[in-house]
Design a protein around this ligand. Structure first.
Ligand code: ADE
Length: 248
């Protein structure tokens, strides 16, 4: 996969090339992550990339020309151009999976009050938001998208099944995890995890995942239910939980 990120603050994104899962994906050449700064394409003598909004109001607006010239250098071809923006479609695991199947991503990070709408109308194919809050720019949102997408590429995660076991991959939250020691500050590991009974462990994990979803994200659970994603065994596992009072 190739990912081009267009940003006025490349340092927010270049760290991804060195660190963690995204860093490994870069080193293993599973992704070619390139970062472009529109300031390098400004035709202004002072390399300006923003100006005051027509009609007045606070803040500055990113100008169309430096962005358009950067995009021309990126040469997206048939690739979709994605703008990170609080006005966009909500990013979720399903969209991450869909984006992971593409061979190119072109991500544009907005800054200041926004981007000249004429650039957006002409060049942007989709807008993506990582949540109903406003960041100071799209860079952190782009980093979120890149991490969520790359961890889904084959071979990027150490263990082949890790991405499949992520929260949301089957529509519900992940189950809790435990590691050594068996007792920590008086708290034991749930005995079933020490039993060696793989079927019982799988059942317990599914039950805990359903419980976590029911407690913290009932919206997810009803969505999976509406899509027919709960088995008869899931209902059997959920039944005793639903008798319990909701707690953390
Ligand atoms: N830029 C600013 N806020 C954002 C958000 N919530 N999602 C994506 N890009 C953004």
């Amino acid at each position: 996969m190739r990912i081009d990120v267009i940003t006025l603050f490349p340092e927010w994104v270049t760290g991804l090339r060195e660190l963690g899962v995204t860093g490994r994906a870069v080193r293993d050449e599973r992704v070619d992550l390139r970062v472009w700064n529109p300031r390098d394409f400004s035709t202004d003598a002072h390399q300006r990339v923003d100006d005051r909004p027509y009609g007045g109001g606070p803040g500055m607006v990113m100008q169309a020309q430096p962005l358009a010239d950067t995009l021309a250098a990126v040469a997206p071809g048939a690739a979709a151009v994605t703008l990170l923006s609080p006005q966009g479609q909500r990013f979720d695991q399903q969209l991450a999976t869909e984006m992971a199947a593409r061979d190119r991503l072109v991500l544009i990070c907005g800054r200041y009050e926004g981007i000249d709408q004429r650039f957006v109308d002409k060049h942007v194919d989709e807008s993506v938001s990582i949540g109903d809050f406003v960041l100071s720019g799209g860079e952190l949102a782009a980093a979120v998208v890149i991490d969520a997408v790359l961890r889904q590429l084959p071979g990027v995660l150490g263990h082949a099944d890790s991405a499949a076991q992520d929260s949301f991959s089957d529509g519900v939250l992940d189950c809790p995890h435990y590691t050594r020691p068996e007792q920590w500050q008086g708290q034991p590991v749930p005995p079933v995890l020490l039993s060696g009974d793989h079927a019982a462990v799988a059942r317990w994990r599914r039950q805990q995942a359903l419980l976590a979803s029911w407690r913290h994200r009932p919206d997810l659970l009803s969505c999976v239910q509406q899509q027919g994603g709960l088995s008869q065994q899931d209902y059997t596992l959920l039944q005793p939980l639903l008798q319990q009072p909701k707690q953390n």
